[in-house]
Design a protein around this ligand. Structure first.
Ligand code: GAR
Length: 220
């Protein structure tokens, strides 16, 4: 019996988390798993030195390392990644600082059960260097978003956003730190919704049984 089928027997939503780095979002998901009604059945990294692997090991979660450098094409890497993920038969795949553009085959395979967190108030500032770009644009508020992943980079249906005010004294680093704090509340909230069966992706976008999406919360 696989780990995930054990979890399914217990009725909990099973989640595979993909990371590339520090894994602070992974940590917030680990810390909220019991209360949120989900179990993290594996953590996969494309980087050997990702501190998130250590966080997972400390929590007793199986880990896997799959370096993209070992593959000639994006498609080949994604197929190998899908093989690892599918061994766990997850209900949900969560990108938590996974710094890879995903192939169409990968996105299609996990359609409706693939989430990403992005450090901006989408649809503003898709792509990289979001905090610097927010400062350059002199926006009053900045934040983070969780969305279903589709083939369009950072362009899938937005589920929820947390926003904070931008201070005149902010640097990209100070802004990133405050946004990251919001990410740590935002991501477990959305994964908890999914685990409860309240959230799904439809032809019209993200849909929640009780809440109008995107759910946008402003913090001071
Ligand atoms: C987070 O800020 C996340 O939003 C961002 O990487 C960071 C990962 O931090 N993701 C992206 O930029 C994806 N395009 P963490 O490893 O400490 O969770």
């Amino acid at each position: 019996m696989t780990i995930s089928s054990d979890q399914r027997a217990s009725g909990r939503c099973s989640v595979v988390v993909l990371i590339s780095g520090s894994g602070s979002n992974l940590q917030s998901l680990i810390d909220s798993a019991d209360e949120g009604g989900y179990s993290i059945c594996a953590v996969v990294s494309n980087k050997a030195d990702a501190f998130g692997l250590t966080r997972a090991q400390k929590a007793g979660i199986p880990t896997a390392l799959l370096s993209h450098l070992a593959f000639a094409t994006r498609e080949d890497f994604d197929l190998a990644l899908m093989d690892i993920i599918d061994q766990y038969e997850p209900d949900l795949v969560v990108l938590a600082g996974f710094m890879r553009i995903l192939s169409a085959a990968f996105v299609t395979h996990y359609a409706g059960r693939l989430l990403n967190i992005h450090p901006s108030l989408l649809p503003e500032f898709a792509g990289v260097n979001t905090h610097q770009r927010a400062l350059d644009a002199k926006v009053a508020r900045h934040g983070a978003s969780v969305h279903f992943v589709t083939e369009e980079l950072d362009g899938g249906p937005v589920i929820a956003r947390h926003s904070i005010p931008v201070a005149e004294t902010d640097t990209p680093e100070s802004l990133a730190a405050r946004v990251l704090q919001q990410e740590h509340a935002l991501y477990p909230k959305v994964v908890t919704w999914f685990a409860a069966g309240e959230l799904r992706m439809t032809d019209n976008g993200a849909h929640h049984m009780r809440i109008k999406l995107p759910d946008t919360q402003d913090f001071d």
